[in-house]
Design a protein around this ligand. Structure first.
Ligand code: T1G
Length: 671
């Protein structure tokens, strides 16, 4: 069996232990070893039952995603599952870590399942644009019923071992040694015929169970092909003989696996892991972070504080203005209480978090923090004065981070005598929820400070992407390009509602104009500084500063729903007239091209300038910071799937000359 599988005996029980680090992905070698092991157990007369276990940190974490996109190799996982379930002697799964996807399918093919109390079990294929492809949609409803199966498979959320035990997915929670417990279960099962899941019945449920489930999760399923297929396959388990349901499942699985959404979502899976690998930094020494300081208790400062507290990192929250500090603390308490009522957090954890924040209006209280994140106003003069003080008062070795969204990190670092300790940690609002963290590397930022930032990001549940120090870093620079195109189209005759609808149909939750109104049109604008040179400024001058003033690009009634605005339209038309622009109508395809491809062109420039390390990093930024629809893989992947030469052609058709950076990528693509 080679070194991927070990065969040991525990009396009459054979134990087959697979070892394919790091997560026991079910590679071809693993599949072969499993089939060989089951056949060996059948052939050895003094073996009365077989335990299947995994070495390392987890049971099988699913099919080997690295084999996708290549020709399938035998034995297929379906053959493995059928061989296990068809075995003449009982086969018991010993589950620890995460039994996911094909891993859980292997476990369900076993006749009994024993799990470690900390194990998790799930079928997350839907997050990859897939559905289980090895009897998962047929076995699970037979074990736990249709409603639970719908949740576990169509939502892709794992269950804990205790919950799995309660719903009938797991037979026992191991007390003490897992393999010993599994062997004991095997001994107790050895005299009875194997209990085959496929011989059980999946109880039918009424149509409205499926209807209600689909409606309840319509937003989550929007744009995805897999959920509908999953629901149909689970239903088939209650209507068809096992073999027919399994055949149907396999056909649909293979179609999804060959489809664009699986390709895009597999790209996302690996891209999000690749982003954490920074050449010259990865695995480097990191500084110890036990306490944090946050400067500013506004929306960002309190969100960042919650992110640290939720990861068990105590925070000294500094705010110059005591009234603002009080508001910030109230916001933190409200969010933590909300986490408790939504079940995302226990009351104890929330109280522990609340007791770990030390509010202060004296900056000296930050002196002992291991990392200090400045989340003050987005003005360079304010940031310079804060960092000049921080440079003096923060203890040696403390990391000084700015949450700036656009500003020059080197200028900020330059006012301190310790630029090596200065880094950008650009959180996205709400900072306690959004997963993206742009880690901005200054000219003198020390490598161990970057390594610490990436380690800290993982600890607080963020996905970090490295950015060079240039205006707007990665995401906001591309966002500015999209906004410019959107507002230009509004001046040229497209309505804000049409532009928003086009982007929302593509898969964004919110189009650029609704987003602008929500964020406020007056960011960085003041009546004194206004020049009326953009439609945003014209709207602000007319008092239309966004949803918060009841009017922006849209009118907002008391239900806060955006309604097309005659007044905004008149202001935009007036702006066009002043510039001698003849307005015309747009078709949706042209609007989408003008929203997406100039952003991709900007992404190519970011790569050429070395601000972004990889195309996939740019995807990760947009997927996790701006709600790019995951099933299309991100801006750069979507452009690749469209074909870069085609993207440059469409840019030219819009009258936009592709940059040299994009042309170079396109030429490589067609080489
Ligand atoms: N295949 C290949 N490599 C995988 C992998 C997989 N399934 N899962 C993880 N890795 C790699 C990952 O790229 C990283 O590599 C390393 O392992 C650690 O991962 C037929 C078709 C198990 C919860 O969707 O959810 O089965 O960067 O950083 O945070 O029906 O990995 O070190 O080189 O994520 O501790 C279904 C995917 C597949 C589970 C561990 N299974 N994996 O999380 O570590 S489809 C999944 C995870 C399927 C069947 C269908 C997580 C984890 P590197 P990591 P982690």
């Amino acid at each position: 069996m080679g070194d991927i599988a070990a065969w040991t005996r525990n009396g009459a029980i054979a134990v087959l232990t697979l070892d394919n680090p790091p997560v026991n992905a079910i590679s071809q070698a693993v599949r072969s070893a499993l089939v060989e092991g089951v056949k060996r157990a059948a052939a050895e007369p003094d073996v009365s039952a077989l335990v299947i276990a995994c070495a390392g940190r987890t049971f099988f974490a699913g099919a080997d995603l690295k084999e996708f996109g290549k020709p399938s190799t035998e034995p297929f996982l379906t053959e493995v599952v059928d061989t296990i379930e068809g075995a003449g002697k009982p086969v018991i799964a010993a589950i620890h870590g995460s039994a996911l996807g094909g891993g859980l399918e292997i476990a369900m093919a076993c006749h009994y399942r024993v799990a470690h109390a900390d194990a998790r079990l799930g079928l997350p294929e839907v997050t990859l644009g897939l559905m289980p492809g090895a009897r998962g949609t047929q076995h699970l409803p037979r074990l736990v019923g249709v409603s639970k199966a719908l949740e576990i498979i169509a939502l892709g959320e794992p269950v804990s071992a205790p919950e799995a035990r309660t719903i009938g997915l797991v037979d026992e929670i191991a007390e003490g040694d897992l393999v010993e417990a599994a062997c004991a279960k095997a001994r107790s099962a050895a005299d009875a015929p194997p209990r085959r899941t496929r011989e059980r019945v999946a109880q039918p449920v009424s149509d409205d169970i499926y209807e209600q489930f689909s409606q309840r999760h319509a937003k989550k399923f929007r744009g995805l092909d897999a959920p509908k297929a999953i629901i149909a396959s689970i239903r088939a388990a209650t209507e068809l003989p096992f073999e027919d349901g399994a055949r149907r499942e396999r056909d649909i699985f293979l179609k999804l696996r060959a489809g664009p959404q699986n390709e895009a979502l597999r790209h996302v899976f690996f891209a999000e892991r690749e982003a954490g690998k920074v050449p010259g930094i990865e695995g480097g020494e990191a500084r110890v972070i036990e306490t944090a300081g946050v400067i500013g208790s506004g929306t960002m400062g309190s969100g960042i504080t919650i992110a640290f507290l939720s990861a068990g990192i105590p925070v000294t929250l500094y705010e110059r203005d005591p009234a603002a500090l009080k508001r910030g603390l109230a916001h933190i308490r409200m969010v933590l209480d909300g986490n408790v009522s939504s079940g995302r957090m226990t009351r104890e954890a929330a109280d522990r978090a609340l007791s770990a924040v030390q509010p202060t209006s004296d900056m000296a209280a930050l002196a002992n923090a291991d990392v200090i994140v400045e989340a003050a106003y987005e003005r360079m003069d304010i940031k310079r004065s804060i960092f000049a003080e921080l440079g003096e008062l923060a203890k040696p070795g403390a990391i000084l981070a700015s949450n700036t969204s656009y500003l020059d990190l080197d200028e900020i670092a330059g006012v301190t005598s310790r630029p090596a300790d200065v880094i950008g940690l650009h959180f996205f609002s709400p900072a306690n929820i959004m997963k993206l963290l742009e880690v901005v590397r200054g000219r003198e930022t020390a490598p161990d400070v970057i390594a610490t930032a990436f380690k800290l990001a993982k600890r607080i549940g963020k996905i970090a992407v490295l950015s060079g120090n240039a205006w707007g870093f990665i995401g906001n620079r591309m966002l500015a390009v999209r906004r410019e195109q959107a507002e230009a189209m509004a001046v040229e005759g497209a309505s804000p509602a049409q532009v928003d609808r086009v982007l929302e149909n593509f898969g964004f939750a919110m189009g650029p104009f609704r987003m602008g109104d929500l964020a406020g049109l007056d960011l960085g604008w003041t009546p004194e500084s206004s020049t009326g040179s953009t439609i945003r400024e014209r709207l602000c001058e007319a008092g239309r500063r966004g949803q918060k003033t009841g009017a922006g690009f849209y009118d907002y009634r008391d239900d806060r729903k955006p309604a097309p605005s005659q007044e905004a339209e008149a202001i935009i038309a007036g702006f066009a007239r002043d510039r001698g622009i003849t307005r015309s109508s747009f078709d949706d395809a042209e609007i989408l091209d003008r929203l997406l491809w100039p952003m991709v062109d900007e992404g190519a420039k970011l790569l050429a300038e070395g601000i972004a390390l990889r195309e996939s990093d740019i995807d990760v930024v947009w997927l996790n910071g701006y709600g790019w629809p995951r099933w299309t893989g991100g801006p750069m992947f979507h452009a690749r799937q469209t074909g870069l030469p085609e993207v440059t052609r469409r840019l030219r058709a819009l009258g936009i000359a592709p940059s040299d950076a994009l042309m170079n990528l396109a030429n490589e693509d067609s080489a």
